[in-house]
Design a protein around this ligand. Sequence first.
Ligand SMILES: [Zn+2]
Length: 295
Amino acid sequence: MTSVPPADARGLLLVHAHPDDESINNGSTMARYAAEGVRVTLVTCTLGEGGEVIPPELAHLAQDRDNTLGAHRIGELTSAMRELGVADHRFLGGAGRYRDSGMMGVRDNDDPSCFWQADVDEAAGHLVAVIREVRPQVLVTYDENGGYGHPDHIQTHRVALRGYELAADPAFRPELGEPWRIAKVYYNRVPRSVVEAGLRRTAAEAPFKGVAPVDQIPGVVDDEIITTALDNAAHAGAKAAAMRAHATQIVVDGHHFALSNDLGQPLLATEYYELVRGALGPGGPESDLFAGVAR
Ligand SMILES: [Zn+2]
């Protein structure tokens, strides 16, 4: 992984909090660009050790029992990446460097080894090394609230944006490689009208105990905030397969899925983004994250 890619090769970097976030948010996007030959790199910041476990036969993995969920989720993530055709996936600072912080307000938030307690510039340094190595034109991460307020997602946002800044700064740790300016940064988004219509379909088909409230779905914004919609219907199957690979965390049923709360949500093949750094591609709303990026 030390060779320098050719400067005209497209590169997409996604920074996520836990294994499974990438497949839920960006599964069809990752599969699409991997299939197009784009260098897709996933950086996951924690192993998701604190997650709840859905299948009863795997309940023993949980943090309050065997505490082996992190290692198990590395395997789930590896399987998911195989489904998406993505070869380059890494953990920030190496697997296990930062521990899952749990939901906001729980005791795990205070664990000095958790991601929420990490020094942002130190954590961003690990990301700078990746950015300067793979030289992506596009970075995808969460908004300032982490999409829905989870501490690891908020910290992922901070570290991703700080890494974006520092990677381009020639004065920052030159031993990590030549400075690299990422052309475009996007937040994961879902337009409110789309999620509301999807939730009505989920409610009508009722594959789960209930339906998730819209305010529990990450990244929901008013439709006009969306700058970019990727119609990745051809990769819907790969996305569903990748989500299924995260079997401790997700149950997929047709065009719906549920997390450990057993509340259904629509499984969307079209994925949505808000451009927050860089220039929008020519011709209005984008259908390609690389729109307007020099090749
Ligand atoms: Zn997460």
